[in-house]
Design a protein around this ligand. Structure first.
Ligand SMILES: C[S@@+](CC[C@H](N)C(=O)[O-])C[C@H]1O[C@@H](n2cnc3c(N)ncnc32)[C@H](O)[C@@H]1O
Length: 219
């Protein structure tokens, strides 16, 4: 089984569990997520802070998962939002979320592997949040992200931060479930962005162990 298949299967089996981080669960579950998975909420806030005015803009949401970002882009009046994910279960949740929020006309969700998707359009904003964790060779995603982005547009992503305690534990937990995970130092994040031709970089350290680097690049 290829690595992409392993990741797709993992997120088919864990789609609802992942989405429940955003809402749902018990009060204690929510408290634990806010405490130990705060990166998910911080990177979400940073994305919209850095996206600026979205009215009339087009957005590509790579690894859209349950569509929480796509739906918010549509709420903020983006003219076109395309969410792509390799997990059929995630795509179903995303479509349901867009329907529930009354933005289904503004969002398209497509079941596809981004590495072979060959999209025939470019976008003002291209994001991949929580996706580089599962990508062995970052250039294979960063270069298409730059190419899918219009000149003057923005590429935003999160990169999982290497640390000596939580990163190995998480890697081991995912290994048991047959899903690969990769990590980045600040230096390595800057290096992979630069070699993908993404020079105008903001790299923000989301504080805490086992959190992310938030990245925003002007194309
Ligand atoms: C941790 S989830 C993040 C979902 C969403 N971006 C968010 O932050 O709420 C990662 C998502 O990336 C998707 N993904 C991973 N590799 C992919 C690929 N090669 N093509 C498309 N989607 C992919 C997974 O299926 C999963 O839904």
């Amino acid at each position: 089984m290829s690595e992409v298949d392993k990741v797709g299967r993992y997120f088919r089996d864990h789609a609802r569990q992942f989405d429940s981080i955003y809402e749902g669960k018990t009060r204690i579950g929510r408290w634990l997520d806010r405490r130990f998975r705060s990166s998910i909420f911080i990177r979400y806030a940073l994305t919209f802070e850095h996206a600026g005015n979205l009215e009339g803009k087009s957005v590509l949401d790579i690894g859209c998962g349950p569509g929480r970002y796509s739906v918010e882009f549509a709420h903020r009046k983006a003219a076109r939002v395309l969410g792509v994910d390799i997990s059929d279960e995630m795509i179903e949740i995303a479509k349901g979320e867009a329907r529930k929020e009354g933005v289904e006309d503004g969002c398209e969700f497509r079941l596809a592997d981004i590495f072979s998707a060959r999209l025939q359009e470019t976008f003002d904003v291209v994001i991949a949040m929580g996706v580089f964790d599962y990508v062995r060779e970052p250039q294979t995603l960063l270069v298409p992200m730059r190419e899918y982005c219009k000149p003057g547009g923005k590429v935003m992503a999160s990169f999982p931060k290497w640390d000596l305690i939580r990163a190995p534990i998480r890697r081991w937990r995912y290994k048991i479930k047959n899903c690969p995970v990769y990590y980045y130092t600040h230096e390595r994040t800057a290096e992979v962005l630069t070699s993908a031709g993404l020079g105008d970089q903001i790299i923000k350290d989301i504080p805490g162990r086992g959190q992310d680097w938030f990245v925003c690049c002007q194309v």
